[in-house]
Design a protein around this ligand. Structure first.
Ligand code: DI6
Ligand code: FE
Length: 422
């Protein structure tokens, strides 16, 4: 047999996360070959085809290799600083109360509207760098801190620029129905009309949105309003997802399932009916333990019911300046285990295979299988569970994007938050 590969990684242990395999899909003393940016072959070292040739050979030195991590829910592009709200919440003021006082999301809207493209990009890159250093190769980025066409478009252009300038695949999501902007105070339905008839079509025309999201909540939008946004998305053939059941049960999960949505996210207040709806539709449940942690919530998402119903569970950072200032997917995995009682194996499937499904990218990404894009991370760990076991430690020693290795760059400096007082 004459195999010609672009690159070959030898002496690695693989956690393939392939759906047919048991557990992590572990393959010890293995090798992985890449051709044309895709996985061409993988198997144990003993099965390496005789006569196999690769242009470059990398000795993996016993590292573990996982699919590149996928953060399928972030609000990582923003300006401003909300540590004052962190202090207020510690004094007992609730997130809802801060929102009603004009803080919360609207505080970030003010700062983001005032920021130029360059400022926004510069503010976001250090956070992105932190994620990438942890083996993240695909990143979802939402708008939703502009709420007017100009600023939403600027946020999404920054997101696209991150995908161009950095070694990461970016999927963008338009989250116009995140909060009601001040110029529409008391006129929520008129704002939804603006979202559906002006902003979304304009962003879609520019190719800036890969999906559409909304915040279905007492402090956000009603089911009827979200449904209008989803109908508008469908007219533009854009997939939908939803911030659902975060602070109360609004039956948003049933709504997003009915629209064939990619994912329902948060889900602390998800009902048994909601679980069944997600299962029937094949909609991914995206768990966001960072927001649960920072808001010091006490009501857990119904993990066992989701498991029993066979709903795929993804795990993401929800990285945002208010409820989850946490640009670390490894931290999200640890919190998913410690707070939500996911197994480390579920946590890793949640940031690889199921996260790919939550972005509609299962065919391309999320597992190590021949034919998939060769996005993977190398780790100096003893067992895959080590990835979820520690908090605040990053064992990533290499990242490969579509077959091209990059060094795991340390964060570039800069602030996690923008300058105070903005
Ligand atoms: N839920 C969240 O967790 C983020 N947005 C949302 O609808 C929080 C956004 C923020 O507080 O800035
Ligand atoms: Fe969110």
């Amino acid at each position: 047999m004459n195999h010609t590969w672009d690159a070959l990684w030898t002496h690695v242990h693989l956690a393939t996360l392939a759906p047919a395999a048991a557990g992590y899909g572990e393959l010890r003393d293995a090798a992985l070959a890449v051709r044309d940016g895709r996985i061409a072959w993988l198997g144990s070292m003993r099965e390496l085809p005789a006569g196999a040739q690769a242009a470059i050979e990398h000795d993996g030195q016993g590292c573990w290799v996982t699919p590149g991590l996928i953060d399928c829910h972030t609000h990582i592009v923003y300006a401003g600083n909300r540590s004052d709200e962190f202090e207020a919440r510690l004094q007992g003021v609730s997130y809802e109360e801060i929102a009603r006082r004009g803080g919360g999301i609207r505080s970030t809207v003010r700062a983001t509207r005032a920021a130029t493209f360059e400022t926004l990009l510069a503010a976001s890159l250090p956070r992105v760098a932190t994620l990438l250093a942890e083996g993240v190769t695909t990143l979802e980025i939402k708008s939703g801190y502009g709420l007017d066409l100009d600023t939403e478009a600027r946020m999404l252009r920054v997101a696209r620029e991150i995908g161009r300038a950095e070694p990461v695949r970016v999927r963008t999501t338009y989250l116009g129905a995140h909060a009601v902007p001040p110029e529409f105070a008391g006129r929520t339905d008129d704002y939804v009309t603006r979202v559906c008839e002006e902003v979304l079509p304009a962003l879609a025309a520019e190719g800036l949105a890969d999906a559409v999201d909304a915040f279905c909540e007492t402090i956000g939008f009603t089911r009827a309003q979200v449904e209008r946004v989803f109908d508008a998305a469908r007219r533009l053939q854009l997939p939908v997802k939803l911030h659902a059941e975060q602070l109360s049960d609004q039956q948003g999960s049933q709504l997003v399932a009915r629209h064939g949505g990619l994912s329902a996210d948060h889900l602390e207040w998800l009902s048994p009916q909601g679980v069944q709806a997600l299962a029937a539709a094949g909609t991914v449940a995206v768990l966001l333990p960072g927001a649960y942690y920072f808001l010091r919530e006490t009501r857990l998402p119904p993990l066992q019911a989701l498991r029993d119903a066979g709903v795929p569970m993804a795990v993401a950072t929800d990285c945002n300046p208010g409820t989850s200032p946490m640009p670390s997917l490894l931290a999200a995995m640890n919190l998913a285990c410690t707070l939500f009682r996911l197994t480390p194996q579920e946590a890793l499937a949640g940031t690889t295979r199921h996260a790919a499904a939550a972005l509609g990218l299962s065919g391309q990404l999320g597992t190590l299988e021949p034919g998939k894009v060769a996005d993977f991370a190398l780790w100096a760990i003893d067992r895959p569970a080590d990835l979820s076991c520690a908090l605040g430690f990053n064992p990533c020693v290499g990242v490969v994007n579509a077959g091209v290795p990059r060094a795991p760059r340390p964060p570039q400096g800069g602030r996690c938050f923008d300058q105070p007082g903005q």
